[in-house]
Ligand binder design. Structure first.
Ligand code: PAF
Length: 273
């Protein structure tokens, strides 16, 4: 595995490969890699000649400094995992390389900024859009891989890709779960043993709500019941939102909750209209 910390050497290396007709897959990450990341990586390895994984904890997408400072970093384990998977290139820039000057650009995604993550993490998608645009420009991949756990992020990136005419094939990879249903996330590493035991409640709520809705129960009543269930039985969990969102013909249920200061999200595809 070749490691690049600087943009220009990576760009010229990839230009040579591209000119030789080699297809490039990009898996952008913030590190603290887990099986969810591995599923993205495996998809890229299977469908592209060369896979670039990036690890960069992007400061501009955090709306709370404390969340940024506490984001798990497991660089040595990440590198070992990537070598084992047979990754070609690891791009691991520092903040100065990615943001030589304080960034002034703000991106807006219309309706997407006003709901769910956009509503509760002000400026988050602007930061995601900025860093993903930079990575797209640097790597210029044929395909880029993102996890469905961050459903709204995928929508934002697809918008970015089409509006800024990157022309990249954006591949959404299904959420990977632990045996008890908890969606894999780097943030799970920060949960205490007790919080970890409680955390699958998010997936339980999603699956229960889904089956009630599919069996024809009233959506307002079902959602209220689910919200009350969390509030009544789990004082240590603070539900931020449980909402249904529709895009084109598809409807998904999305949830976000705090376990003390650790914020977890999840979603479940409901059905097509
Ligand atoms: O999903 C993530 O890990 C991040 O939001 C991403 C896409 C790597 C951008 O920093």
């Amino acid at each position: 595995m070749q490691i690049f910390n600087k943009i220009m050497p990576l760009k010229s290396f990839l230009l040579e490969k591209r000119t030789a007709g080699i297809s490039i897959g990009l898996v952008p990450t913030m590190g603290a890699l887990h099986k969810g990341h591995l599923s993205l990586i495996k998809k890229s390895l299977a469908s592209c000649d060369l896979t670039v994984v990036s690890i960069f904890v992007n400061p501009t997408q955090f709306n709370k400094e404390e969340d940024f400072n506490n984001y798990p970093v497991t660089l040595e384990a990440d590198k070992a995992l990537l070598i084992k998977e047979g990754i070609d290139i690891l791009f691991m820039p520092d903040a100065k390389e990615m943001y030589p000057d304080r960034s002034k650009i703000k991106l807006h995604f219309g309706q997407l900024d006003t709901v769910l993550e956009g509503k509760f993490r002000l400026g988050h998608f602007s930061g995601v859009g900025l860093i993903v645009s930079k990575l797209f420009n640097i790597v210029s991949p044929d395909k880029a891989f993102f996890g469905q756990k961050d459903l709204q992020q995928v929508a934002v990136i697809k918008k970015l890709n089409s509006e800024l005419t990157f022309g990249i094939d954006i591949i959404t990879v299904p959420t990977v779960r632990d045996a008890d249903g908890l969606a894999l996330s780097s943030r799970n590493k920060r949960l205490t043993t007790d919080q970890r035991k409680l955390a699958p409640i998010l997936y339980q709520i999603l699956t229960e709500t889904k089956s009630s809705l599919i069996s024809g129960e009233d959506i307002q009543i079902v959602m209220k019941h689910a919200r009350d269930k969390i509030a009544e039985n789990n004082p240590e969990i603070e539900l931020e939102y449980l909402e249904d969102i529709s895009k084109h013909q598809e409807i998904s249920l999305c949830i976000a909750a705090y376990f003390n200061e650790i914020r977890l999200i999840d979603n479940l595809f409901l059905f097509s209209r």
